[in-house]
Design a protein around this ligand. Structure first.
Ligand SMILES: C[S@@+](CC[C@H](N)C(=O)[O-])C[C@H]1O[C@@H](n2cnc3c(N)ncnc32)[C@H](O)[C@@H]1O
Length: 336
């Protein structure tokens, strides 16, 4: 008997009873074929398994060996970049790109890759050559070295309040020189053997070196500065004798990195407002660093009390301020 397909479908999808044995046979055949196929695959895999396992093991061994070689070759680089500190002087590409973006925003200078590379090389070289260290994160130190000269401060000397080992001050002179700008730096610090900070125990420095005048002078020389390009005034920035000695000139660039308490920053900024030229660039270190809330509050208090600083912007954890002498102040004018 011939059963037409059309006839089957007209019966509402039900398999006519005459076809059921055929359908069952098909299913049986298909399941049998599937089983045969599965068994073949399993047998093939089982046959090749030792070979596969061997090649996987060999690849893992090779990768482990390469990794060990890379680790071994990287060790001296990591060791060099650690420079006696908790963190180290490595920086990732995204961190560097974020830093460049901040420097662009604050300075308006767009092309930074070559300058940034040179600055990074200088930072490493300064710490490798010097005794002690520069304080602060890699991003913050790089940011200060790059940004300060790019803000094109008026001509005139540099003052650093809180110099620690003096290495940063030497680096900053080099950065100015990189742009064809020779400056003189005055560094101020009590230099009592340890890094002083209100609230800190005043223990030994991470680098293991004493915070003393001999090292500051040696580091300034090691950075490449000539003796007539720097001077050290040993003392607290709040001390009248220190202020009298440092106040013999007006500064075009000031790095405020001494006493980080609110009162300390307030007093330093009040003093700085009286001894810098119109248009001077003032770098306030550790600004908005959660560890140093007094830096921002000291700045705000100084401004509220009439110190005339405009916040240009921040790069990493440093704030860049411009000092604007008000009419009637007897500050040297900036050069045109
Ligand atoms: C964070 S470190 C300075 C780091 C340095 N500018 C650098 O970039 O490597 C702070 C320094 O400020 C000094 N200091 C603390 N109180 C001070 C004060 N009233 N006047 C001057 N220096 C002070 C400390 O002895 C310490 O050497």
């Amino acid at each position: 008997m011939i059963v037409h397909r059309r006839t089957i479908s007209r019966q509402g999808g039900q398999t006519p009873s005459l076809l059921r044995p055929v359908t069952r046979a098909r299913w049986t055949l298909r399941r049998w074929a599937d089983r045969v196929m599965d068994e073949r695959v399993e047998r093939a895999v089982a046959r090749r398994a030792p070979q596969l396992q061997h090649s996987v093991d060999a690849t893992v061994d090779r990768l482990a060996k390469s990794l060990a070689e890379v680790e071994r070759d990287l060790f001296p680089v990591r060791h060099l970049l650690a420079t006696g500190r908790r963190g180290n002087r490595t920086i990732t590409e995204p961190q560097l790109e974020r830093l460049y973006q901040q420097v662009r925003t604050v300075t308006g200078v767009q092309r930074l890759a070559g300058y940034g590379r040179q600055t990074y090389r200088s930072l490493i070289e300064l710490e490798l050559r010097g005794v002690g260290r520069i304080a602060g994160s890699t991003s913050n130190v790089l940011g200060k070295l790059m940004t300060t000269p790019l803000l094109a401060p008026p001509p005139g000397p540099v003052l650093e309040i809180g110099t620690l080992y003096g290495i940063f001050a030497g680096g900053l002179l080099r950065q100015f020189r990189r742009l064809g700008d020779a400056r003189h730096v005055t560094v101020v610090d009590p230099l009592v053997g340890v890094q002083l900070q209100p609230g800190s125990m005043g223990g030994g420095d991470l680098s293991g070196s004493p915070v003393v005048p001999e090292l500051v002078l040696a580091n300034l020389r090691l950075s490449g500065a000539d003796d007539d390009e720097f001077r050290l005034i040993q003392g607290y920035s709040t001390d009248p004798d220190t202020r009298a000695a440092a106040g013999d000139r007006s500064y075009a660039v000031v790095i405020v990195d001494g006493d980080h308490s609110e009162q300390g920053v307030y007093e330093d900024l009040r003093w700085v407002a009286g001894c810098c030229v119109d248009g001077a660039i003032v770098v306030l270190d550790d600004f908005d660093d959660p560890g140093w809330p007094g830096v921002r509050s000291g700045f705000e208090r100084a401004c509220a009390d009439g110190a005339s600083f405009t916040l240009i912007g921040t790069v990493s954890t440093s704030a860049y301020l411009r000092f604007e002498a008000s009419a009637g102040d007897h500050h040297p004018r900036r050069s045109p």
